[in-house]
Ligand binder design. Structure first.
Ligand SMILES: [Fe+2]
Ligand SMILES: [Fe+2]
Length: 139
């Protein structure tokens, strides 16, 4: 299931917005490979794209956590915990795919997508709200 990147995902923090757009692109590449290859569990493209998405998530989470630290964000610990949960979830998906486990029927694909959407729209947006109410400029 494709994620259609649009304005609603924009927080107004340039660096983070750019990363979200890139991350959604990588998710879509994985999604495409997974549903378009004849045999997703054997496809190198599926393995490559889930790895790309996982690596980018690692980079993005670290960036966002450093960003939250810099601005003195109060809910950093909770937010970091959510990132770790997601990290575990994508890694689990990556491992299964690498090990050749058929996850075609698993809810994990649906959950990944929902997590990305909900996290950006709710938890990441709260970072911007915090910046606005505390008059913090940072990009
Ligand atoms: Fe986040
Ligand atoms: Fe984020």
């Amino acid at each position: 299931m494709f994620i259609d990147y649009s304005e609603i995902y924009k927080l107004g923090i340039e660096s983070i917005d750019n990363q979200h757009e890139k991350w959604i692109d990588l998710y879509n590449e994985f999604n495409d490979a997974f549903f378009n290859e004849n045999s997703p569990i054997k496809s190198d493209k599926v393995k490559e794209t889930i790895k790309g998405m996982y690596d980018y998530a690692t980079y993005h989470f670290k960036y966002e956590e450093d960003f939250m630290y810099r601005i003195g964000y109060k809910k950093l610990a909770d937010h970091r915990r959510l990132h770790r949960d997601m990290d575990t979830m994508i890694y689990d998906c990556l491992r299964k795919i690498t090990d050749g486990v058929d996850i075609t029927e698993e809810r994990i694909l649906y959950i990944l997508r929902q997590w990305i959407i909900n996290h950006i729209l709710k938890e990441d947006r709260e970072i911007k709200e915090y910046m606005l109410s505390n008059n913090i400029q940072e990009n």
